[in-house]
Design a protein around this ligand. Structure first.
Ligand code: PRP
Length: 181
């Protein structure tokens, strides 16, 4: 699998260090508040688990699946919820967690939907931020790493369903796309 990776962009050690920092920051800022983390599957699963374990305050967990659909060049923001949260989030402080913010459409849409459920607050946490790709001015409240517009995989990020379980974030070798064309 590692032969398919052109370069390591963010090492396992760098990820661990940044997750620890974010966990400590969130623990300080949310001390005394009832927090629920909502993980956007599948990509955010690794990051969300590690981040929650880096926090020293109690955190509830929930999971959602939201997928974009339609023409990939379409910027209208069609995002469908395929799996919704089960718990009531009224009065809770929500941390909406994703592996990457790219166009920003997923965060914008899901945040709007969650707002209707009357949480005390909602903030977004993105492990990676591809700023150059944004279509809607959406910004994540907490960002692990700002990254260039390259095809990255690992630590939850996939290409056609593969490479999520790499412990680092790497740039995919172009021969992989050629192979699947
Ligand atoms: C990816 C990623 C984010 C979203 C970000 O999800 O995990 O949820 O796209 O893109 P956006 O900012 O342009 O909306 P994907 O639909 O590929 O699902 P996955 O998490 O199962 O990989």
């Amino acid at each position: 699998m590692n032969g398919d990776i052109k370069a390591i962009l963010i090492s396992e050690e760098e990820i661990k260090k940044r997750v620890k920092e974010l966990g400590e920051q969130l623990s300080r800022e949310y001390e005394g508040k009832k927090v629920i983390m909502i993980c956007l599957l599948k990509g955010a699963s690794y990051f969300t688990c590690d981040l929650s374990r880096a926090m020293s305050i109690p955190v509830r967990m929930e999971y959602m699946v939201a997928s974009s659909y339609g023409d990939s060049t379409d910027s209208s923001g069609s995002v469908a919820v395929r799996l919704d949260i089960k718990d009531n989030i009224t009065g809770l402080h929500v941390l909406l967690v994703d592996d990457i913010i790219d166009t920003g459409l997923t965060f914008a849409r899901v945040k709007n939907l969650l707002q209707l459920k009357n949480p005390a607050s909602i903030r977004t946490v993105a492990m990676c931020d591809k700023k150059d790709r944004r279509l809607n001015g959406m910004e994540a409240d907490y960002v692990g790493f700002t990254i260039p517009d390259e095809f990255v995989v690992g630590y939850g990020l996939d290409y056609a369903g593969d490479y999520r379980n790499l412990p680092f974030i790497g740039v995919l070798n172009p021969h992989v796309y050629a192979r699947t064309k």
